[in-house]
Design a protein around this ligand. Sequence first.
Ligand SMILES: Cc1cc2nc3c(=O)[nH]c(=O)nc-3n(C[C@H](O)[C@H](O)[C@H](O)COP(=O)(O)O)c2cc1C
Length: 169
Amino acid sequence: MQKKADYGMAIKTKYPEPIIVAIAKDENGKMNPVTIGWSMIASGSPPMFAIALTPKRHTTAAIRHSKCFTIVYPTDEMTDDVMFFGTHSGRDIDKLAEGNCKHIPAEEIDSVILEDAVANFECTLESELEAGDHIIFVGKVVACHVNTEEKSRLYSVASGHVLGGVVKK
Ligand SMILES: Cc1cc2nc3c(=O)[nH]c(=O)nc-3n(C[C@H](O)[C@H](O)[C@H](O)COP(=O)(O)O)c2cc1C
């Protein structure tokens, strides 16, 4: 049985939502990580991701500038850094320098990858689409990296940016 609900109530049923970090180089050459809940796999062949960012994010300008970005699957051990990346703007600080994530240059794009993550996907910018109050950036995957150890992905588990791992059964 279904009951009619407003959007604000219905959308709270979406959890758990996988969290990603996107990293793009800004116009000053700084690699800027941002936390994103609204992302999806957009194509399988060729592989592509889509991420939704508001126009005011520093990362929105950085992606338009560098025309590429890394998609990171963070681990649940990276929660503090992910919250830091999602609550501070690269307009004001160097988030990678102030955080605790080890990072190394990406191989195929002008970005970095995070060494302790579950996986990293290097993407070139394919297109962007305005969707309401967000911009959807579509990136084509040109290189992938996976952790040699088994790690748990990080999820948003409840509204209000409550983050945590999801136990696999
Ligand atoms: C768990 C979480 C999920 C988020 N998801 C999104 C998102 O999908 N899209 C978005 O534009 N901002 C999202 N944000 C907010 C940005 O990460 C935040 O505003 C960040 O400080 C922007 O950094 P920037 O200005 O360096 O790009 C999220 C934040 C958190 C903590």
